[in-house]
Write a protein that binds this ligand. Sequence first.
Ligand code: SF4
Length: 195
Amino acid sequence: MTDIRPALRRCTLCADRFALTATAHRPNPVVWFQPGARILIASQAPGLRVHEANTPFWDASGKRLRHWLGVDEETFYDRDRVAIVPMAFCFPGYDAKGNDLPPPAICAKTWRAQALATVPDVRLTVLIGGHAMRYHLPHFTSVTKAVADWRNWPEGVFALPHPSWRNTGWLKKNPWFEEDVVPRLRKAVKDALDD
Ligand code: SF4
């Protein structure tokens, strides 16, 4: 199979779109996957800090996500074990309120199927946020419903809210997530890494 990563790193499909945002940044695809990974983090899109560091989840969201997964930084960033494939590989920019824009749909349309085909040994898929859930889960309606429906997830799939600080209120309102889902997630992560 052709290795798409060199072409993906050079992708500039969204250059005009990004140039019109407040940050007027250039595309910088954060490519963090390789064959052999056992866990797939299906995430949304890099934030500004990740764009600058060129490393996925290089922010407070990453700390919270690693806590939920029960893994340290070394394990999380080991591409032999963990693949991080977002719905868009570049920082999309900010909207007028200072929130991250949604991942450009053209990215998943162009790259996602090929990127996922690069990691055929995945045992556990962790879906983060509504965009990834919409792509991967049949009958997706809302993040809260998808996360609450954990007993009906397909085998080897976990659906998580985004670990951003913006979801701290959601976590307070839904304590069952950390009580019920996180312990199961940690066990599934350990099993997938030990497999
Ligand atoms: S977001 Fe995706 S499609 Fe757009 S420039 Fe980056 S890699 Fe290319």
